[in-house]
Design a protein around this ligand. Sequence first.
Ligand code: FAD
Ligand code: SF4
Ligand code: SF4
Length: 349
Amino acid sequence: MKKKVLVIGAGIAGISAALELAKCDFYVYLLEKNASIGGWVSSFTCKAHDKCTKCSVCVAKRKIREVLVHPDISILTNSTLKQCHGEIGHFDVEIEQNPMHTDQELQEQKLAVHAIIPAIGFELFDVKQYGRLGYGRYRGVLTGFDLEKTMLENGNLHFPVNNTHAPSIAFIQCAGSRNDNNNYCSRVCCKYAMRFALLIKHLNPAVSVTIFFIDIQNAGKGFAPVYEECVGSIQFIRGIPVEVIENPGKRLEVRYENIAQGNVKRDVFDFIILSAGIVPRPGTWDLARKLGINLDEYGFFGTTGTFNSNDTNVKGIFTAGSCQGPKDIPDTIAHGIAAAERIVEVFAK
Ligand SMILES: Cc1cc2nc3c(=O)[nH]c(=O)nc-3n(C[C@H](O)[C@H](O)[C@H](O)COP(=O)(O)OP(=O)(O)OC[C@H]3O[C@@H](n4cnc5c(N)ncnc54)[C@H](O)[C@@H]3O)c2cc1C
Ligand code: SF4
Ligand code: SF4
């Protein structure tokens, strides 16, 4: 009989782990709290302009389609873990499935599994906490995720051309990352901001785009040409905007410290895009408590492996994806596959 694994969270990490396990002759229960699978990536679109910018969204979407029809992966949507007891090879878990319709009752089911992969992903930093940046107050202040949603819903990103001037857009990086509270890099936001900057320029040739940054994270296979293209067409300012204020003409005035010049400056834009940081999901602590696993200093799932970042303090529980720390799609897929490989390795012994 096939060994069984419970994967908690059907984002791209959980999906990658599930597909790898099924390939290695395991049976997988893939648990998802929402009605549909895919996590954040299901709200993303292709960010190619006239060239592919290697965002990996199409790779992720192929995996989502693949998992939906896999005979050895049972997808349980609207479902969460209620309880978990046992040890490696013999975990007894209780699942709660919310009703699809209001006239149905909450369903519970018990499963016996050999191993567990928590893969519950991340939350975005709530940029409204930075009232000074104007999100939720000024219509022209958006987040990177708002751009993703607009692109998905409209298939386009058009910025209205004003009679008096060509529109100007500024990205503000590290909104909620690399500060005293969240003292780490979110790793994905520089690259998606640069991809969006190129796409916006392509779709709106008259627009000028500026990126305010602390450090630009431009590493990653295939990204060098994208960065070079940005350097040629986008203004980069090493500086930290401290405040966004709407002026009487309804334009957005940004006050920032220009680190290169060592002075405080003001510039005016029509739209501001905040690159909100990646933080642990609010449910991370609760799931860690049910599974008995530790959290790290930032509140992501903690790991113990010397040579891998999947092993937790509980034998038989291996974490995958951005619930262990910020990751882009290629790193998330690799981490999900690595979690699956750890299980294959452990049960082969
Ligand atoms: C605005 C934005 C743009 C981005 N653009 C790119 C890009 O262009 N290229 C790129 O490589 N990366 C990009 N990323 C990063 C990308 O989103 C992540 O790499 C990816 O989503 C991580 O997948 P994951 O499976 O770890 O987490 P998630 O996508 O968060 O998936 C986790 C899943 O677990 C489910 N879940 C949560 N809690 C529970 C629970 N208790 N029980 C059951 N299920 C649960 C969730 O509903 C979700 O479906 C971007 C990120 C942002 C914020
Ligand atoms: S990697 Fe991204 S930009 Fe390239 S084709 Fe796929 S979805 Fe489009
Ligand atoms: S990826 Fe860029 S924007 Fe995001 S936290 Fe790191 S340095 Fe800041």
